[in-house]
Design a protein. Structure first.
Length: 439
């Protein structure tokens, strides 16, 4: 017995609720996007469309069987006499100068078989196969780019969280500074203007916190769109695995470049297809006819078979223009392949430089944060003892907040740079993915 639809819906809803309750990890987000995002599904549909193109090209090698039927009534002597003969109703009493009205129901079965089309059918089949191979390669390119975009969006969410933490720490620190300033004001060792300066900086820190939270909301929305999910409260894990920087020797051929090569092959085949217009076309045909007329109450069967040769001696330069168009498309496809090769080399070099820069920034950022934290502790202690100016305290706090933000940027930018380099080298984002795909 089939389960009740209501039960199935309830089970499906519980599964979705359970998934929504768990935060999205980076590995799960990438795996989900590669199969469920709109871009991945569009690529799959394009492969299906290209495969259908192969079937269409193959149809040119098969015979065609058609059924035709029609009814006519006429007093035209030639057609009427033809109906009489087809219906096997001829009689010597028929006056050729006064042929009677006739009607005819014709039922025909027709088969045609192409024998030679000047190489067009084979060229179209070659082009269809190349386009299908290109669609598959383009789908791999979409998966490669999609994996990187998800990783970048995920780490951007992580970056905004670090911004929020830095902004919250700044707010807490300014609140503590304001409290110290209030005590010194009450003790008569600090001016009211200095307290107001601290309170203004506190308000600015709270504004920075609001901006950081808005940036996180936007980053979450970006990730949601990449995943293709409708969750309004997307929950992302607090941590993410560290990506491994690849070596240049582990690079793989870019699927987009292979796709461009296949598109060029398809365009070359289209040139051969267009040139077939200069060649003759040969086909065989055969038909079976049944004719019946109510006027003469006659019926008859007949057949026809033969071979047809067609050769366009002048087509108004149609073939010539098609060949010119196909050649131009072929040359454009070759240039597109060259353009992509240059662009991918530039992308890989830029990714290496970005990774080197982010690594150096992170090393500097770690030292800067440690120095800024120590400086703030010393300055705050001196400020509480009345030995440091308010401006010195403000400068120390601003320096620490900026250092924490730069360190957070460097941490996530380094991971994004590694992801970009893996994309440029056509490698999966995780080493575990590479092992799975190789199996």
């Amino acid at each position: 017995m089939n389960p009740c639809p209501a039960i199935l819906l309830a089970v499906g809803a519980m599964v979705l609720i359970a998934q929504a309750a768990e935060p999205w990890t980076l590995e799960h987000a990438v795996a989900f996007a590669l199969t469920n995002s709109p871009d991945a599904r569009i690529a799959a549909h394009r492969i299906a469309a290209a495969q259908a193109g192969i079937e269409q090209a193959n149809s040119a090698f098969w015979p065609r069987l058609a059924f035709q039927s029609g009814y006519t009534r006429t007093d035209n002597p030639m057609y009427s006499f033809g109906n009489i003969l087809n219906q096997r109703s001829y009689s010597p009493s028929i006056n050729f100068n006064d042929v009677p009205d006739t009607d005819n129901l014709n039922v025909r079965g027709l088969v045609t078989m192409p024998l030679y089309a000047g190489g067009r059918s084979l060229a179209d089949k070659t082009a269809a196969k190349a386009n299908t191979a290109a669609a598959r390669r383009e789908a791999e390119g979409v998966r490669n780019a999609l994996g990187f975009e998800v990783v970048r969006a995920f780490f951007t969410v992580q970056k905004t969280r670090r911004f929020i933490e830095a902004a919250q720490a700044a707010v807490s620190s300014y609140e503590a500074n304001v409290a110290i300033a209030q005590k010194r004001l009450e003790g008569g060792t600090l001016l009211r203007a200095d307290v107001l300066d601290l309170e203004v900086r506190l308000a600015q820190a709270r504004e920075d916190l609001v901006r950081a939270r808005n940036a996180q909301a936007l980053a979450l929305r970006t990730l949601q769109n990449l995943l293709g999910v409708e969750e309004s409260d997307l929950s992302v894990a607090d941590t993410a695995p560290t990506l491994n920087a690849p070596e240049a020797t582990t690079a793989q051929p870019r699927p987009e470049l292979a796709a461009a090569h296949e598109r060029a092959r398809a365009a070359e085949a289209q040139v051969r297809s267009a040139k077939s217009g200069y060649q003759p076309r040969v086909s065989a045909f055969g038909s079976l006819d049944y004719d019946y007329g109510w006027e003469l109450d006659g019926d008859g069967e007949s057949y026809s078979a033969g071979v047809l040769l067609q050769w366009d001696l002048w087509d108004g330069r149609l073939t010539r223009s098609k060949v010119a168009e196909a050649r131009a498309n072929h040359e454009a496809a070759q240039e597109q392949e060259r353009k992509l090769r240059l662009a991918f080399n530039l992308e890989a070099e830029q990714a290496r430089l970005d990774l080197q820069q982010a690594t150096e920034r992170l090393a500097v950022g770690e030292k800067t944060v440690a120095q800024a934290e120590e400086s703030l502790q010393i300055t705050r202690k001196r400020f509480a003892e009345g030995q440091a100016l308010t401006t010195q305290l403000l400068d120390s706090q601003t320096a620490l907040t900026a250092a924490r933000v730069r360190r957070a940027e460097a941490e996530t930018d380094r991971q994004i740079a590694i992801a970009a380099l893996r994309k440029a080298l056509a490698l999966p984002q995780f080493d575990s993915q590479a092992n799975t795909e190789s199996k």
